[in-house]
Design a protein around this ligand. Sequence first.
Ligand SMILES: Nc1ncnc2c1ncn2[C@@H]1O[C@H](COP(=O)(O)OP(=O)(O)O)[C@@H](O)[C@H]1O
Ligand SMILES: [Mg+2]
Length: 321
Amino acid sequence: MNLLILSCGTRDKVVQYFKKAFEGYGDIIATDCSPYAPALYEADRHYIVPRITEPGYMDVIFDICRKENIKGVLSLIDPELSLIAKHHKEFEELGVTVIESSYELCERTLNKWEMYLWMKEHGYPCAKSYIRLEDFQAAVNAGEVSFPVFVKPSKGSASLQIAKAEDMETVELLYHHGDDMMIQELMQGQEIGVDCYIDLISGELVSVFAKKKLVMRAGETDKAISFADEQLFEQVERFVKENGFRGQIDIDIFENNGVYYFSEVNPRFGGGYPHAYACGADHMTLIRNNLAGIANTRNIGNYAVDKVMMKYNEIMLIDTV
Ligand SMILES: Nc1ncnc2c1ncn2[C@@H]1O[C@H](COP(=O)(O)OP(=O)(O)O)[C@@H](O)[C@H]1O
Ligand SMILES: [Mg+2]
């Protein structure tokens, strides 16, 4: 029962955790377009593949699936999520389960404006957002929103091109200097990260891990504290069910005066997942069970709380080729 991890990059921990969970069950195969992706060398076997945008990329991946007798596949980067979701039928014909949400959901979450419209329509508290500068200007004039505000790309990731703006001149400058920018109310309060696993067989939310973010670095949570709150778990459950997510997702939330504001979803293992694993939320074993045809039982909030999680760097040496 071999697992294929696409675009593994520097996510060494994720590969290591999978290797541990699959020991005695199957091998972990990793790919990347660069030989300098350290996570490749954590896997049992690895392949250097073309960039995802190159013609013939999918055929290379399908060939690996055949050769390695792959049972499940997942990607660790945003632009590849929709691509593999789109090809789920071809994967199925090869006996490979795509471990992620549907194409439609990948597209929705990768577009923060679409996600905002969905949340507004479904009654989730979230930051007022504007995709057109004219609408934002009108809202300021009407007193619906006030400075400071937050400006970010609607299809961005890794905290790139994000900025706080104190006045209209700055908003206009930021808006015109980025692609598909959106303007949001500035969120106050405590930033929270939630890692979820939605069972591929039952469709039920079976695991949730929550942390309060203390320090962010390069778009990832660097230091955080684990906590549990039933009210949060209930809202997260309604949110993932109503959307129809599957597999691993992470959600960014703000807590202000007891209200949870939903901000953003990544339908994959996020960069902060090692925090969850370290506290006992082992989602690799849940994936292994699903691939073996076993539905997982609900196990929500069963992890170490009040733990401070602190990331640190490591280094790997390989021979030149
Ligand atoms: N409306 C907002 N108000 C305040 N801070 C925000 C707001 N939106 C995003 N941020 C901050 O910027 C970070 C990155 O934004 P996010 O929407 O999560 O995009 P991504 O993680 O895809 O880059 C968030 O983790 C949060 O710290
Ligand atoms: Mg985010």
